[in-house]
Structures are given as C-alpha cells and as structure tokens.
Design a protein around this ligand. Structure first.
Ligand SMILES: NC(=O)c1ccc[n+]([C@@H]2O[C@H](COP(=O)([O-])OP(=O)(O)OC[C@H]3O[C@@H](n4cnc5c(N)ncnc54)[C@H](OP(=O)(O)O)[C@@H]3O)[C@@H](O)[C@H]2O)c1
Length: 383
C-alpha cells in the first residue's frame, strides 16, 4: 500500500526554535541541535528568513529525510518572511520600496527560503513583525524598531501584505499563512479587511512566558470574532535565569514545581515524576492552554525533556493557571531586571487594544483554558 503524502493538517504541539544564539557560527550549533531534535522526536521546526541558520537547518532536515529517519510530509516547517514582506530597501522608513510592493519579489524570497530549507513547500509562513522588512530585529535598539514599525506604516500596507500571503497559499508554496508579533489592533485591521474566516491568520507567534502570560489576549485571538486557530509562544523559558534571581518569582516557580510534582506522583503510573524543572513546568502549562511553545536548546537532555513536557498528557487536570499566577504574572520587578523580550514589548505597545478580563470573557466563542486542553493540537510524536 502506498504511503499518504498529505501534509500534516495540524501543527505538532512541540516546536523547536532555530534562531542563532551568541552570534553566527555558520549554523554549526543549530544544525547539530536540529539533528538531535529530530532524533528525539521533534517534528515541528520554527525558522525565519531573518535567521542566518536556514541553510544549516535545511542540511539537517535533508540528511534526516535521506537517511529515512523521517519523511517530509511528517515534518511541519514554519518559517517567517522579514517584516510584512514588502521589499528589502535600505531606507529605515521603507518609503521607496513599500510604495511598490511586488508579489513576484516576495514569491522569489519564499522560493529561496524553501530552497535553503530543502523542504519543497512550507507548512506555515508568518509575517515576522508588523513593520518594514529591513528592521534588523536581531541588532536594532528597541526605539528604532518602535519608530520604524509605527501604526501609519502598518495601516498603509497591511492589506497588500496579507493579499500577497493569501496568494502564496493559493499558488501552493505554503499550506497556511499567519503572523507574528501582531497584537489586538493589528489583527482587528486584518480581520476587518478580510472577513472570510478562511482568509484569517491561521496562527500568531508571540512572546509568552510565565511572567507574561497573555491570558486575555490568547482568549481574544481564539474568539469567533478574530478566529486565529493557533497561538505559538516564543522564548517560553529564555528568561528563567533572571526570574530565578528574583526571590518572589523564584519562590512562585518553586511552589508550582512542587505542586505539579505532587500531582504527578499522585496520578501518574510511573513512580518517577516526569516533570523535574521549572522549564518543563512552563512548557507543560503552555500545552495545557493549547499554546504551541517554540523552545530552543543545544543540550540533548534538555531537548528530550522539553519535548516530553510540551506533549505531556499526564498533567491534564492540573490547574496550572491557579498555581502559576501567584506572584508571577505581571510581577513589577521582572521588566526592571530585563526579564522580558524588549521587541515584543514594543509590538505590544504599538498594537495595544482595549481587552479587559471581562471583555475577553464575554467575546462570543471564547474557549476556556481547561476545555482548550481537551482539543489541543496533536503532539510531535504522534505526527
Ligand atoms: N517570532 C519572533 O519574533 C521570535 C523571537 C524570538 C525567538 N523566536 C523563536 O523562538 C525560539 C526560542 O527562543 P529562545 O532560544 O530565545 O528562547 P527559549 O527557547 O525560551 O530559551 C532558550 C534558553 O533556555 C535554555 N533551556 C532550554 N530548555 C532548557 C531546559 N530544559 N533546562 C534548562 N535550560 C533550558 C537554553 O539553554 P540550553 O541550550 O543549554 O538548553 C537556552 O539558553 C527561537 O529559536 C526562534 O525560533 C521567535
């Protein structure tokens, strides 16, 4: 019987990040960690035109496919075009290039991405940020990013940018299209301009961690009015070292780890608790909220533990929100000590809306975190 070549319809829950760390080493570190991640069972990889690692990631993916370790259609490859895919001019305000956005130019860029990644098509393509393409998101100071990604630029170019993305999908280069670093006002403009539910962003990849939980915003995105199907959380554990330096926050984490471990001991069949670290707790908590954590590691033991935590079923029923909220969410010292993604803070400010707890809860079609858990996407191993 011939094997199905239909791409995965749902993104595997555990996502492996491939952004370079500590500079560009020619992709060596990322290439090795992607190979380790595939061996461990990760099937969903997050890449980007911005990262210098795409060719190295492609080499590792191609090697895994060639060796028979995994088949292409069992992999889920997410990538992102820089900014809003409007052109790669050199002027910071992008005036010249943005006036003549070209689908053909964008298409050529996406074809180059697919070629570097050696995957034939992308399962998911995101607009990396709501602003001009030439902002150097890895090096620019946040104030430059804020200046370049002003609301006027977004408002002027959002519809064309999204038309181009839908066309890439129609043309078969990508299976799904979405956004990243988009907040309430950004999404509302898109949804207003593209009312057909099939044309809405499939996913939004934003910064979420234990101290920046985005409970109301995630609910709002899932509402029928907005209709984003998947929330992906980037940098879910990146600031753990900072949090551990803050007594209250570290205490909050320790309490949650102890509670989850006790829950595991009481409910799991194995005598050894699966959850052993704050990192695992954060990833399991995201999974329980139906969020896809995008986590990176260069350490084989961490890679295995993160995959296990991101796809964990045994904590279903544990009330993470109750435990993790205490002393963590909105802690006033966190941002002061640099425990926050500063670019995400910029985009959040630029796209600030008016969601309140009450408003979010009353939006039609809102799914509660506990019921989301039951309908959360499948895990990486099952794919
Ligand atoms: N859309 C966007 O704008 C955007 C922005 C930033 C990042 N991203 C995506 O998000 C991905 C992740 O970002 P990130 O690497 O900054 O953050 P992260 O994955 O949350 O954190 C990575 C750090 O945590 C450590 N770590 C991971 N698992 C661990 C564990 N189990 N125990 C102890 N330490 C652990 C890693 O060290 P070890 O290597 O020692 O494990 C590394 O120092 C990126 O690769 C990229 O794909 C997207």
């Amino acid at each position: 019987m011939s094997e199905s070549r239909v791409p995965l319809s749902a993104p595997p829950r555990a996502v492996f990040g491939t952004m370079e760390r500590a500079g560009d080493d020619g992709g060596y570190t990322v290439s090795k960690s992607v190979s380790d991640a595939i061996k461990a069972g990760y099937r969903h990889f997050d890449t980007a035109e911005l990262y210098s690692t795409t060719k190295a990631v492609g080499t590792s993916l191609a090697a895994a496919i060639a060796s028979g370790l995994v088949r292409r259609h069992k992999l889920y490859i997410t990538s992102k075009v820089r900014g809003m895919g409007m052109g790669m001019g050199t002027d910071m305000d992008m005036a010249a290039s943005a006036e003549s956005p070209s689908y053909d130019q964008l298409r050529a860029r996406v074809e180059a991405l697919i070629s570097d990644l050696q995957v034939g098509y992308l399962d998911l393509l995101l607009l990396h940020w709501p602003g001009p393409d030439n902002v150097d998101m890895l090096q620019s100071p946040p104030e430059n990013v804020e200046k370049a990604c002003h609301w006027g630029f977004y408002e002027q170019h959002a519809e064309t940018a999204w038309e181009n993305m839908l066309r890439l999908k129609r043309d078969g280069l990508v299976q799904n299209v979405g956004v990243s670093n988009f907040y309430q006002r950004h999404l509302e403009l898109l949804v207003g301009a593209f009312p057909n539910p099939l044309d809405r962003p499939f996913a939004n990849q934003i910064y979420i961690d234990a101290c920046h939980q985005e409970q109301e915003y995630v609910q709002h995105m899932r509402s029928a009015a907005v209709g984003v199907q998947y929330t992906m959380a980037y940098r879910p554990v990146a600031f753990s070292a900072v949090y551990n330096m803050l007594e209250d926050v570290a205490g909050g984490f320790a309490k949650t780890v102890a509670e989850v471990t006790a829950y595991e001991n009481a409910n799991a069949s194995s005598a050894t608790p699966t959850i052993i670290s704050t990192h695992s707790v954060i990833l399991a908590w995201m999974s329980s909220r139906g969020i896809l954590p995008v986590c990176a590691s260069t350490n084989t033991a961490h890679i295995e533990a993160n995959l296990a935590a991101s796809t964990l079923a045994s904590t279903e029923g544990f009330d993470f929100d109750e435990s993790l909220s205490t002393g963590l969410q909105g802690h006033e010292m966190v941002d002061m000590y640099g425990g926050c993604d500063e670019f995400a803070a910029v985009f959040k400010r630029l796209g600030a809306g008016t969601i309140t707890d009450t408003a979010a809860a009353s939006v039609a079609g809102v799914t509660s975190p506990s019921s989301v858990s039951a309908s959360a996407p499948g895990n990486g191993n099952a794919a």
